[in-house]
Design a protein around this ligand. Sequence first.
Ligand SMILES: *[C@@H]1O[C@H](CO)[C@@H](O)[C@H](O)[C@H]1NC(C)=O
Length: 182
Amino acid sequence: MNNIVPLIFSFIALRLLAPMIFASDSSDYYVSVSCNATLYPDLCFKSLSKYAASIKTEPKALANTALTLAFETTRLTLSELRKIGGGGESVGECIEVVGDSVYNLARSVRRMEGEETGSGLAAQMSDVETWVSAALTDDDTCMEDFCRRCGARTRAAVREMVFKVARLASIALTFIDRYASG
Ligand SMILES: *[C@@H]1O[C@H](CO)[C@@H](O)[C@H](O)[C@H]1NC(C)=O
């Protein structure tokens, strides 16, 4: 009899825990499969797997989370660039283009918040796709043509930061396109 009690408890515990374990497994799997379809699967999984539980297996949540992350990271990058720039002209251009990128991502995040349907949804997604593409173009421009007079180390640091936000925007765009066409 005594041996059976712990057994029953572990059986009950398993019944209670299993759905949570499997739920988190399947959302990790969903994020992993989705990320593998992007151009940057490693960065994608590294940045999004921690939100797997709230993404579940929902394309809209995936697109929203990736977009919000791109926006937040770009905003932080802008303030980093401002620190590095220190008022000098060399980083100035880059600050301007990344600033445009922040603006475009911010309005994309706001536009995604509406629960639109039918033709409203098509227009909504078309706006978001346009603006995120613009943000991506801004980042690209900045990488090609920035910081000409910066030292090698600053140039490398800026390049790495801008590269990352461009990649996050690209990942977000992949998921937004997929949600829009699904
Ligand atoms: C995604 O790709 C990685 C690396 O190739 C692989 O380890 C992982 O199993 C893939 N994920 C899925 C769910 O197929």
